[in-house]
Ligand binder design. Sequence first.
Ligand code: GDP
Length: 363
Amino acid sequence: RVAAAMAARSKDDLRSPICCILGHVDTGKTKLLDKIRQTNVQEGEAGGITQQIGATFFPLETIKQKTAVLNRDGSKEYKLPGLLVIDTPGHESFTNLRSRGSSLCNIAILVVDIMHGLEPQTLESLKLLRDKKTPFIVALNKVDRLFGWKAIPDNSFVDSLSKQSESVKREFETRKDAVITAFQENGLNATLYYDNKNLGKYVSLVPTSAHTGEGIPDMIMLLVELTQTRMSERLMYISELECTVLEVKVIEGLGTTIDVVLSNGVLREGDRIVLCGLNGSAIATNVRALLTPQPLKELRVKSAYVHHKEVKASLGVKISAPDLEKALAGSRLMVVGPDDDEEELKDEVISDLTSLLSSINKS
Ligand code: GDP
């Protein structure tokens, strides 16, 4: 089976890394997400960002456009098919996205307010990221609040900084050094991304403004570079199914549905699936429909959703199926293949949940 899978591998079988955003409340997580999702009107639909269930997909073309200010000489290398960014920032979506104790989030952005430095939830997030060994970068957000900052919208941070007055540069240095010291006190080596010569030893700080868009190109480029170095080529191919239930929702006309992140593998209409239920037993059912939101331009069409016969990782998708009323958010989802024993898979999803609960109780 492995050999057949290897032979069939092509560029179409690459999966995109999944990115989560964490950090203290009010540091600008939501605003940063809004900013990176924003499409330039002139770009029209070219290489469009697609809104998915619980996530936003950025195809390679969009990533290239958004990082163009840093790649004028065309020397940057892009090996990924795109990036899937989870829409709900915070601890919860990060901890829910896991399978067998490891995180399905391939890379994270830890957001710190440059004016406030490290705050209680920054440290909690740091602990989660370390426990799950998730590679991450730190967005040092709200640089536009440095006193006297002159904004150049959507510019690269390095260029914007070079055009600031001496006093702004000094305030930036002081605040950035304070954050580095605070991280050091928490056992983490951090440095500005453009000074970082050792990605394994130092975490990169990328100064950003979710208001002016400055530093956003730098942040996206850094995500690309870090996933490309940290995710081996093997991991970038679509392989065994990995799927997590993020939310259980009642939708008019569809009944109870589950919103899942498919982080690896392929799901098909009609698949027999197994997942955890609220009462500690497993649910087995058949996929009735695989749904993603209509593209914005097609809002006039009747249904709010596009139906898919088949979907491939990585993406967010809504599953409509019978018997989902008691489905459990955070559960792992498995597909019963022709050679699988349904009862064994049921035991497996339940034991996954049990081991998760005991690990939560321990920490
Ligand atoms: P979250 O709780 O981390 O999701 O934070 P929000 O995205 O809701 O932002 C909290 C507040 O900070 C809002 O009033 C935002 O407008 C503001 N904010 C976020 N990012 C920036 C930024 O880069 N610069 C400035 N000046 N304000 C920001």
